[in-house]
Design a protein around this ligand. Structure first.
Ligand code: NAD
Length: 342
């Protein structure tokens, strides 16, 4: 029977280990899979768009293990009492096709998105970066902050959100953990003096959350919120001034910040930095951008990390998901009436 990690057990796991301790483990799994990028089956995710949001399926396989994630993105949800993003995911055995592991992935997606951002920032941000501006203080924000502290030592945050209650929530969550949080009244104020800028807003629109005049040389931009056709955060001028790193080019051209650019706009797939084919930041003045949209291989890594970390503990339960009759040709045996006929 497949193993299962539900929301309660996922929360217990994260509380027990702590987000920052989990980051180094998850980044390790991500780096391992990004280094063997070429081994994976890759396809842009399958998206069903509506005026309210999107529902997506994200499959991949390394020919031993298959994975997919179901995820939605509904920017108007919080105003209706629902979250913008929810998800669950599956690992399956390629050999017989049976699912082996199932997990909630709303929390896990926040962890993996933050871990991927932090992984890339390790080689793209200026060494010695200490201060991060955060534009958008919603569900992903605390996870991003903790990942950047774990990987880069960032403890100073300058935060702007159009909803001041979201900034208040972030302060209540992060100040007790030792972060210094400056509440900004505008994006201008937030980005002033910041070494890294994380944009993590939700709006189904081609926005300019960040303009070119707000970005000084040497800054690393971690652009997380633009992850759908018609949903961007950065001005095209910033992209032209920067070196842009992506997960999977084919998907990012549809969904990322670079959807605004010409089809051959130059980008670097980040896995090449890990294999040494490309270098990360080249000098102090370079503007670097991680145009994050979230790719299936990162979910594969996150599920693998969760499965291995919680194996043999009470955090995994069995889920009776696969109808598996004793005689594999006698599926009907599972529904045959046990009462004698007549
Ligand atoms: P959320 O709705 O919880 O938070 C978004 C926040 O952005 C809200 O507090 C909102 O008030 C704020 N906001 C909206 N427009 C703004 C603006 N112009 N300036 C400042 N703040 C603004 O959403 P979330 O779960 O935190 O997700 C944030 C974004 O990240 C979403 O767009 C989501 O689709 C995306 N996302 C991307 C990945 C990835 O892998 N790249 C993964 C998960 C989520």
């Amino acid at each position: 029977m497949p193993q299962f990690v539900d929301v309660g057990n996922m929360s217990r796991w994260i509380q027990r280990e702590g987000v920052e301790r989990l980051m180094s483990g998850m980044i390790g799994y991500l780096e391992e899979d990004f280094r063997r990028w070429e081994r994976f089956d890759k396809v842009p995710r399958i998206a069903n768009h509506t005026p309210f949001g999107v529902i997506e399926l994200m499959p991949t396989s390394d020919h031993e293990t298959y994975a997919f994630k179901y995820v939605n993105g509904h920017p108007f949800n919080p105003a209706r009492g629902f979250q913008t993003v929810t998800a669950f995911g599956v690992l399956a055995d390629v050999d017989n096709g049976y699912p082996t592991f199932l997990a909630e992935m709303t929390l896990l997606t926040a962890l993996r998105t933050a871990a991927t951002s932090a992984m890339t920032a390790k080689t793209l941000a200026r060494p010695g970066a200490r201060c991060m501006a955060m534009i958008g203080a919603g569900s992903q924000a605390e996870f991003q902050a903790l990942a950047f502290r774990a990987a880069l030592g960032i403890e100073e945050l300058r935060v702007f959100d159009v909803d001041s209650a979201a900034i208040g929530k972030l302060r209540r969550n992060l100040e007790p953990l030792g972060f210094r949080v400056m509440e900004a009244s505008s994006t201008d104020e937030a980005v002033f003096g910041a070494d890294i800028i994380t944009t993590c807003t939700a709006d189904k629109a081609q926005n300019t959350v960040l303009g070119s005049d707000q970005v000084r040389p040497g800054v690393h931009i971690n652009a997380v919120g633009g992850d759908c056709p018609g949903k961007t955060e950065l001005s095209a001028q910033i992209l032209r001034r920067a070196r842009v790193f992506v997960e999977y080019t084919e998907q990012t051209r549809i969904e990322g910040e670079i959807q605004q650019m010409e089809p051959d706009f130059p980008v670097v797939e980040y896995w090449k930095v890990l294999t040494g084919e490309e270098i990360g930041r080249r000098d102090e003045e370079e503007i670097t951008i991680f145009d994050s949209v979230g790719f299936a291989i990162a979910d594969f890594s996150a599920l693998r990390f969760l499965r291995d970390s919680t194996a043999g503990t009470e955090l995994q339960t069995f889920i009776d998901l696969v109808a598996d009759p004793e005689d594999p040709k006698d599926l009907f045996s599972l529904v045959r009436s046990r009462r004698p006929v007549g």
